[in-house]
Design a protein around this ligand. Structure first.
Ligand SMILES: [Zn+2]
Length: 512
């Protein structure tokens, strides 16, 4: 998929929505050719390389792995592989089971023992040259033990603890939070300014030799030991296995330890250890035939539903939100999640005070999967959707055939607030520092009452919001000014579905 949107490492709209935006953008550019940016998204054809990065063609492609979701499928893979070994007179096939680290895959090139270039995986064939950014990662040696030419593959990641700390800091600075550690790692590595990357707690685990001159290995295990000796940070969890039973046990063991690991994983990889045999097995167009990635089912945890509150969105939809006893699931602390609508609550038979099972898989939004009815004490309270908007008091209605309840208030401050938050958000105008808290304060002090007012804010006004707020104010003014240079599609995203659409576009076009 092309485009800066996908390069932001923040996939928050669906492919369909993205396609619709492209259609809108094309139509707008036709209508207002003078507004068209020469780097417009509509001019790009495919490609994954972010603007500003050099392309790197991987000499050995960085393949992805075949995913499997059950132990039966793992068994099938092992049986087939063992049969193939028999056909080729290879005895005693062995396997290595490793953690599949949830990060961003990269290749590091060394010449004569010196780090010369590093690239992201990209589409597997062509990646982005992120050498300068990789140099900021302390666990990447600039010089390795032997003076050899070698290309290795690893996974760049952020540890669970660092991720929590990083998001806490972002929250304190009114910056948008990262959805998960993987997005944070990807976003940090793919920064055009390596000074930004340097501030991020990136780490790497190496798990493969892509290419090496003048040296040969018999097994993957041997390869990993050598990488260790060279000074690389090698994936620490690797289990050597001979039988299907041992492989299943290893997968189980990694699954059991998953929560205690300091880094996030999204599965376990089962790899053939014998490198000669790997060559015989070869690859399909996309994946190697000598490995599979077992994906664990989503992590589940029990917690208490403390309360249900209602939020009013920018289109007036009133969404019930579950307030949960904070619990750690799949690497992040969950204290809140959406309950979608009235029907969802009824269907699950949710009551305030219930013990619920929540699950989270990767970057998917956490969800309530089940109510533990056997744990009810009788003190649980039924929930009913409000008849009026909890913010403006206007009538809340549910149109026939719709699941959503909407606020009918034309000047609902909640709608305005949500519109402003969306407008300043990363996927829209990306105004750093203009988070929910600041927007609320600006509204409370009547310093803004619509989107256009953002562009009329004065330094003194913003500075007055915070103690010693001058520096913060200057940064925010800079960010606001910078947003004027955004691509047109960002502006479209920003004011899409906004209730003040037509009024805004005229005024904003004048401003920008
Ligand atoms: Zn309202």
């Amino acid at each position: 998929m092309p485009g800066k949107y996908y390069d932001e490492d923040k996939p928050e709209i669906s492919d369909f929505e993205y396609d619709m935006l492209m259609v809108e953008l094309r139509n707008l550019e036709k209508e207002f050719p003078e507004l068209k940016n020469k780097d417009s998204l509509t001019e790009k054809v495919g490609g994954h390389v972010k603007k500003g990065f050099k392309e790197v063609t991987h000499e050995i492609p960085l393949l992805s792995l075949q995913d499997v979701f059950s132990l039966e499928e793992v068994e099938d893979f092992v049986i087939k592989t063992n049969e193939k070994a028999k056909e080729n007179n290879i005895e005693d096939v062995t396997y290595v089971v490793e953690t599949k680290i949830d990060g961003l895959s990269s290749a590091l090139e060394y010449k004569n023992g010196k780090f010369i270039r590093g690239a992201t995986r990209g589409n597997g064939q062509i990646g982005e040259d992120v050498t300068e950014n990789l140099k900021t990662i302390k666990t990447i040696p600039m010089k390795i033990q032997d003076n050899i030419d070698i290309t290795v593959r690893g996974e760049v990641f952020i540890s669970k603890d660092d991720f929590e700390k990083m998001n806490q800091e972002r929250e304190n600075n009114e910056e948008e939070l990262f959805a998960n550690a993987r997005n944070a790692a990807a976003g940090s590595l793919r920064q055009l300014d390596s000074n930004v990357t340097k501030e991020r707690p990136l780490d790497i685990y190496i798990f493969n030799v892509q290419k090496i001159e003048g040296k040969e290995f018999n097994s993957h295990y041997e390869e990993l030991e050598y990488l260790n000796k060279l000074g690389f940070n090698v994936n620490p969890v690797r289990i050597y296995c001979k039988t299907i039973k041992e492989i299943e046990k290893a997968i189980q063991k990694i699954g059991d330890q998953r929560e205690k690991l300091t880094f996030g994983i999204d599965g376990a990889v089962v790899k053939v250890d014998n490198l000669k045999f790997r060559e015989i097995l070869g690859n399909t167009a996309k994946t190697p035939r000598w490995a599979v990635a077992y994906k664990y089912p989503p992590e589940q945890k029990e917690t208490k539903l403390k309360d249900i509150i209602c939020q009013v969105g920018r289109t007036g939809v009133i969404t019930p939100m579950a307030i949960l006893e904070p619990v750690k699931v799949a690497g992040s602390t969950i204290s809140k999640t959406t309950l979608h609508n009235e029907d969802f609550i009824k269907e699950k038979d949710l009551k305030v005070g219930d013990t619920v099972v929540i699950q989270k898989a990767g970057d998917v939004i956490p969800e309530i999967v089940e109510v533990k009815k056997e744990k009810r004490t009788g003190n649980e309270i039924d929930f009913e959707m409000p008849k009026v908007c909890p913010v403006c008091g206007a009538k809340a209605v549910r149109e026939e055939g719709e699941a959503a309840i909407r606020c009918t208030g034309i000047e609902c401050p909640a709608k305005l607030f949500r519109n402003l938050v969306h407008f300043a958000s990363k996927e829209a105008m990306d105004i750093d520092g203009l988070g929910e808290n600041i927007i609320q304060q600006l509204l409370d002090r009547k310093l803004i009452s619509n989107i256009v007012d953002i562009y009329n804010l004065k330094l003194e006004d913003i500075a007055s919001l915070k103690k010693n707020g001058k520096k913060f104010a200057q940064n925010l003014i800079d960010a606001i000014n910078k947003s004027k240079e955004n691509d047109l599609y960002k502006l479209i995203t920003a004011i899409r579905n906004s209730s003040c659409w037509s009024k805004s576009i005229k005024n904003i076009s004048k401003k920008i």
